[in-house]
Design a protein around this ligand. Structure first.
Ligand SMILES: C[S@@+](CC[C@H](N)C(=O)[O-])C[C@H]1O[C@@H](n2cnc3c(N)ncnc32)[C@H](O)[C@@H]1O
Length: 278
């Protein structure tokens, strides 16, 4: 029997782990849907949950960032982290590491990349760089100041995490075009946030890109994720009220999740979902 994951097995900025209970509950309304398409799959967490709740449905995960390769290489990443722990055994925790230790770490990374052809830079970054800083390749990593924030435990291998899920990799528009006419299809739409740092995603999203995504909501069944930082709901409401036209969220159900960044700054993560009448 495969394991159920409450969060993605490796670090992923923007994963929807806090929607675990409410997303699964909302899925009860979509139990008979034949296919779910996770247009912005990220860590695949939503796809994993859908497969768990609706095992007979086809689940298509758009693995735009090649997260599945990171998952497949967990053992390799653990071995590298074990080497870092040895190199840093006398280094003070949370402090900048010495030049010698940095050189030894980079040497281990270089050697691993040469040997196996794969290094999960995002995961090792979370053990070496200041919080929320990520490198995506060797040169990037070498440029950064390193800290001794090495994780003490191994990551759990997750061979069953994407079991039964169909993995594809393409621009979301291409994937949407493939499925938009399929009756009963449900789209999972969790685009990069407009006003957050999209550093690890490798490309930057401006307002026009963000608005383009709204076209996937017209006449479809969907789950859409956003936050009050992006103002997209305010914008669509204002446009439909003052300029006419349909608000794509008008009859959607909404779930809010309060997120706290520190004791005085917070924001609200929002999930909207709608079942289109067939
Ligand atoms: C907010 S994250 C999705 C998080 C995901 N729901 C999870 O729980 O892990 C947005 C994802 O969209 C990806 N992305 C960016 N541009 C894209 C595009 N043109 N087509 C498809 N995915 C894209 C980003 O790389 C990122 O993985």
């Amino acid at each position: 029997m495969s394991k159920n994951y409450n969060q993605s097995p490796l670090p992923f900025q923007g994963q929807k782990r806090r929607f675990n209970a409410s997303f699964k509950e909302a899925l009860n309304e979509f139990k008979t849907a034949p296919v779910f398409i996770d247009l912005f799959g990220g860590s695949g967490l939503l796809s994993h949950w859908v497969k768990e709740k609706c095992p007979d449905a086809t689940v298509v995960y758009n693995d735009y960032d090649n997260y599945s390769a990171r998952v497949a290489n967990i053992e390799r990443t653990n071995a590298l982290l074990a080497e870092f722990r040895v190199i840093l055994k006398d280094a003070p925790v949370d402090k900048v590491i010495s030049k010698e230790a940095k050189a030894a770490i980079l040497k281990a990374v270089r050697r691993e990349e040469k040997r196996s052809g794969y290094v999960d830079y995002i995961t090792i970054s979370s053990s070496l760089l200041f919080s929320m800083n990520y490198a995506t390749n060797y040169d990037d990593l070498a440029k950064q100041t390193m800290y001794n924030v090495v994780r003490l435990n191994d990551y759990q291998p997750a061979p069953d995490y994407l079991e039964g899920v169909e993995v594809v990799r393409m621009d979301y528009r291409q994937l949407f075009d493939r499925w938009k006419h399929v009756s009963g299809a449900v789209f999972l739409i969790d685009p990069p946030y407009l006003s957050t740092d999209c550093g690890t995603y490798g490309n930057y999203w401006k307002l026009a890109n963000y608005l383009d995504v709204l076209q996937c909501l017209k006449g479809t069944s969907y789950f859409y994720f956003t936050s009050n930082k992006s103002s997209i709901l305010e914008l669509t409401e204002w446009i439909s009220k003052n300029l006419g036209g349909e608000n794509p969220f008008s009859v959607a159900k909404r779930v809010d999740m309060n997120a706290r960044m520190n004791h005085n700054a917070g924001y609200v993560d929002i999930m909207l979902y709608k079942k289109s009448p067939q």
